[in-house]
Design a protein around this ligand. Sequence first.
Ligand SMILES: C[S@@+](CC[C@H](N)C(=O)[O-])C[C@H]1O[C@@H](n2cnc3c(N)ncnc32)[C@H](O)[C@@H]1O
Length: 220
Amino acid sequence: MTKPDWQNYFDQKAATHGASVKASDYYDEASFFMQRDNILRWIGDLSGARILDAGCGVGAFSEPLAAANTVHGVDFSARSLEYAAARGLETHVGDLAALPFAAGFFDLVLCIGVIQLIDDHRPVLRELARVTKPGGTVLVQTLHRVSLQRQLLAFFEKSHKFDKMYAMDELAADFAACGLGSLEFLKLYHPFRFAVTGGAGEAGDFLCTSFALKGRKERG
Ligand SMILES: C[S@@+](CC[C@H](N)C(=O)[O-])C[C@H]1O[C@@H](n2cnc3c(N)ncnc32)[C@H](O)[C@@H]1O
């Protein structure tokens, strides 16, 4: 789908599902919480940080962080942002390829379940790195192309809505090109509901359905 199609799609989803994670296209609450709980545990406790939730949708992912930190949410679905604001995020309607923040503004930048919707993710990744302060962290979660389950789903899925997926080493190379180092993966396994840290290209990766990659913005 094109960019305006996605914008319209998520506006419609929010109009239908309201604050529910279904508005952000999660299959169900269990798969959302499995993912959120594991990623937030991996990030660890944070307080007083300035955080960007890039493509925040209805804000359900970063809601727990908003209690002790300042969380800004950017999304092109104005309808979704109404719910994100009610969850305590400072919201901005906009495109992730042109973020309305100064360089080095954030301690942590999250981008969860978004880059598989974007034709060319590299300008977006550069923007995420730009607004992160030196020593700060960029964390991106997306669909794993090598996954057996994903390949089967893609084969049977008629709409081809989520055709874009990523290999771990490919995204790691894109992170490095944006000046992000000390890379770490969190591999998520649906429907088995567990997550492990590790490197790219390990045995068992063919069952990993999605993964998160985090990297530290290098200083200077
Ligand atoms: C699958 S939802 C995920 C929402 C949220 N990150 C979560 O995990 O709950 C993807 C979100 O990204 C937003 N999005 C996609 N491409 C975007 C772009 N180029 N600029 C701004 N928002 C975008 C959509 O509007 C949608 O709300």
